[in-house]
Design a protein around this ligand. Sequence first.
Ligand SMILES: [Mn+2]
Length: 233
Amino acid sequence: MKPLIGLVGSRFTGDRITGNLDVLGASPIDVYYADYSQAVIEAGGIPMWIPIDVDPADAVERLDGLVMTGGTDIDPARYGAERTEHVLEIVSARDEYELATLEAASARELPTLGVCRGLQVINVHAGGTLHQHLPEHAFVDGPGDALTHDIAIAEGSVLEQCYGAVHRVNSLHHQQVADVGALIRVTATAPDGGVEAIEHEELPWVAVQWHPEMLPTRSTDPIFDWLVKAATS
Ligand SMILES: [Mn+2]
């Protein structure tokens, strides 16, 4: 049987869809980028959207794996910091639901892949903090699949099994891990020392700061194979 991989995302209202009917402007819509679900399918899993209103413990109980997807910034209050002017739109309901989903996933030791914001949420869930604005990493004016910097990968990590010692990645993030959370190991860094990947010391959780789902190599990217294999065993 193919494993069921849960995907988290965000909630907006219908007026955010260009061309939508005015009468639907106040209706809630739940969204995620299909790059993630397509990557899960290509790796042999079945992606399952986790509605934002579901009790995460109920959802996680039925899942075999989880993708914590990318998105806007986490409320700095979640890691005990004042919000600076550079923080993007905050979606409190998403913060709440993702942290609760991780709590449930932790209890079940659910294999979990974090991407970009997903990495940041995992670090915050573990008690870590974030840098709120690092514009030099946010290559958001060019194509999303532009490979902009190398990462150096730690020995003995899942990431090393996936990519070897060095990998070249895209970089669309303007935030990054500052203080590393409890039981979190940094497994890749950028040339400037910035955290580009983390793994949990005790749980099958791997998270990357770049976007493998946006690259043309997506269908053969070993990180999605890792997730689906871990979710299958
Ligand atoms: Mn980067």
